[in-house]
Design a binder for this molecule. Structure first.
Ligand code: PBG
Ligand code: ZN
Length: 327
């Protein structure tokens, strides 16, 4: 006697009934790259369909997103001037503070605004914090001090959630204390809790103009070979007070997503990163894959692995496909 699995696959309706995992546009967060100026909208060669935008253009983009059912965004700032400590990120008149205020003013609670909290887009050396020249890397504890200050800049501008991405030890605890001390007890932290030192970030660094001018990020981001440490990193951020955990990149790390899912009760986000996006876009443009189908198969794999939410440059395409009933 053998089992006939195809009984529940035999037609579309019964397949629907037996479907275990489903995509919902409500689970998606769309990244926006904000620069100074007016009327600026510049496509990035390495990421077709992704633009650097001035604030006025970002407001138009938000209208479009809401029309597609996307009401969660994560902001990255591209400042006009960079320096050794990323001062633009510490100013209430910096690009990100201005962007938060403008978007919240126009859209209020209709658009959930998350900020990526890091320094690599703001420093002239492109590293994620203050350098310790003797160490030849980022000074963890000095960076924590400016991390707290950056968090308060975002909070004062009206952000809805802060997402620290620098992989500094103690960042979540530092930010939580700073926020609570200033009365922002209800402002959640989504930690990039398990973030690998990945070559999949390549195209992002073109968009965000944040490539390190020397060396790499291996002394603060994780070794892709390490599974136990990946788990420990996320559990530590939970202990420090993170409200949502994140695994990044997504596709090459679905085993890690599953393990963290099984080890925590917190919500889990995956970041479907720039390199993952560009691989699909360029393969599609070359006529090698059926983009729509590969896209949806990829997205459902994240949820099947245990992610509750997905940050993705594909979110607008996903929205259109879901609207068309093409899931
Ligand atoms: C900033 C940051 C990076 C990404 C998100 N936040 C770049 C990096 O760590 O080098 C990568 C996102 C992507 O590749 O899409 N630290
Ligand atoms: Zn960084």
């Amino acid at each position: 006697m053998f089992k006939r699995f195809r009984r529940v696959r035999i037609n579309k309706t019964i397949r629907e009934l037996a479907e275990e995992t489903r995509l919902d546009i409500k689970d998606f967060i769309y990244p926006l790259f904000i620069k100074e100026g007016r009327g600026e909208r510049k496509e990035v060669v390495s990421m077709p369909g992704v633009f650097q935008m001035s604030i006025d253009e970002a407001l138009k983009e938000c209208e479009e997103l809401l029309g597609l059912g996307i009401n969660k965004i994560v902001l990255f700032g591209i400042p006009e001037t960079k320096d050794s400590i990323g001062s633009d990120a510490l100013s209430d008149e910096g690009i990100i503070a201005k962007a938060i205020r403008a978007i919240k003013k126009h859209f209020g609670q209709n658009m959930l605004v998350i900020t990526d909290l890091c320094f690599c887009e703001y420093t002239d050396h492109g590293h994620c914090g203050i350098l310790d020249l003797e160490l030849g890397s980022v000074d963890n504890d000095a960076t924590l001090e400016i991390t707290a200050r950056q968090a308060l800049v975002h909070a004062n501008a009206g952000v809805d959630m802060i997402a620290p991405s620098g992989m500094m030890d103690g960042a979540v605890e530092t930010i939580r204390e700073a926020l609570d001390g200033a009365g922002f007890v209800n402002l959640p932290i989504m930690s990039y809790s398990t973030k690998f030192a990945s070559a999949y970030y390549g195209p992002f660094r073109d968009v965000a103009e944040s490539a390190p001018s020397f060396g790499d990020r291996k002394s603060y981001q994780m070794n892709p070979a390490n599974r136990r440490e990946a788990l420990a990193e996320s559990l530590e951020d939970e202990a420090q007070g993170a409200d949502i955990l994140m695994i990044k990149p997504a596709l090459a790390y679905l085993d890690i997503v599953r393990e963290i899912r099984d080890a925590t009760l917190l919500p889990i986000c995956v970041y479907n990163v720039s390199g993952e996006y560009s691989m699909l876009k360029f393969a599609a443009n070359a006529g090698i894959i059926d983009y729509d189908k590969v896209l949806m198969e990829t997205m459902v794999s994240f949820k099947r692995a245990g992610a509750d939410m997905i940050i993705s440059y594909h979110a607008k395409d996903v929205a259109k496909l879901l609207k068309g009933g093409n899931s």
